[in-house]
Design a protein around this ligand. Structure first.
Ligand code: ZN
Ligand code: ZN
Length: 346
């Protein structure tokens, strides 16, 4: 519950006011121009009629935040307060929520077909609209997903990336018992393994850096996942890339059995060439290619359930808690892909 409420007399009764209503400014991390990230004072957000003001308790940093700072992103509109992995407290009800970062129209074809993450007029918090690297954020009421008392906020804010991995798994039609190979032993790759495990498939994880595999041995042991720099087997039912190199795609095709599935989950961050012989692999061996971007509200609700059950394991993926003002110094480290999850704690 909110701890520091103010009270005033109102028509003989008592009206409780949260201090946010008295404030006009707040602290935030704003991306002003490409590579120009500032810790600064900004105007408090003003929630629209169907929105609520959320006081942020935790916001996880994501490789996409670092990518936006360094090289931009298709959906980024500047200047922007970044942050889309958000957990906070409603200033109306005092309840804790995570936030589905999308804002969808509910009318277009993808929305009507249950693909609200692909809405034709999608507005994403931290991309098109101001996000969670600030003390407060204005959020559509329907984007709030309640979290149980027993789930700490630093774990709860990982519901968004976990939901994106669930979307990758659903999109690539992973079946019960499928042998799955995940490229990239970073936090998102490991969350993908968790989603696969819960789903009943058998995840393996591959990373070209042996140190990256060794870094999260405890998490892998807890979930029974094998991590290696190379595997001999070429009989995987599905490959999912959680790393931005085109090499993951070329190698992934090679690891698949005939009729196997590849999920393009991480976007590629360089404009590398793809050879015709790689594409011919798809042709001769009847491979299937799927894409995945973002997540839906229901996938976030499912992610909360998984986090409650596996919170001890997931805690192993947190590098450390940081302060909001430390974000500009941390983003370059995230791009180097040597760290786990940084969580901004307010
Ligand atoms: Zn993210
Ligand atoms: Zn729509």
């Amino acid at each position: 519950m909110l701890s520091d409420q103010h009270e005033m007399n109102f028509f003989g009764g008592t009206l409780r006011l949260h201090p946010s209503f008295e404030r006009t400014v707040m602290k935030a991390i704003q991306l002003k121009n490409m590579t120009c990230l500032k810790y600064m004072q900004v105007k408090m957000p003003e929630p629209a009629e169907n929105e609520v003001l959320l006081q942020i308790s935790h916001c996880a940093l994501c490789r996409t935040d670092a990518k936006m700072w360094k090289m931009g992103q298709r959906d980024l509109r500047l200047p922007r307060i970044l942050g889309h992995e958000i957990c906070g407290v409603s200033t109306e009800s005092g309840r804790r929520f995570v936030v589905w970062p999308g804002r969808s129209c509910k009318k277009c074809e993808p929305c009507r077909n249950g693909f609200e993450n692909l809405c034709k007029s999608m507005q994403i918090l931290g991309f098109h609209a101001d996000g969670g690297l600030a003390e407060y954020v204005a959020v559509p009421k329907e984007s709030l997903i309640p979290i149980p008392e027993k789930l700490p906020g630093d774990i709860a804010c990982l519901a968004e990336p976990l939901a994106c991995t669930i979307n990758a798994m659903v999109s690539s039609q992973v079946l019960l018992g499928d042998k799955a190979l995940v490229f990239g032993a970073g936090p998102v790759g490991l969350l993908t393994c968790l989603a696969l495990k819960v789903h009943g498939s058998t995840p393996y994880i591959i990373d070209i850096e042996p140190d990256r595999c060794a870094q999260t041995q405890q998490f892998q042991d807890k979930l029974g996942i094998r991590c290696a720099t190379v595997f001999d087997a070429r009989d995987f039912d599905v490959c999912i890339n959680a790393a931005p190199s085109l090499d993951t795609f070329v190698k992934g095709l090679d690891y698949l059995k005939d009729c196997g599935k590849f999920c393009l989950f991480s976007g590629f961050d360089r404009n590398d060439m793809l050879s015709a012989s790689s594409l011919n692999e798809i042709h001769y061996r009847q491979l299937k290619i799927f894409g995945a971007y973002g997540c839906t509200r229901i996938q976030m609700e499912n992610a909360i359930g998984i986090l409650v059950k596996y919170q001890k394991a997931v805690r192993l993926l947190i590098e450390r808690h940081i302060r909001l003002k430390d974000v500009p110094a941390i983003l370059p480290q995230i791009l180097e892909s040597k760290t786990m999850k940084f969580i901004v704690k307010f």
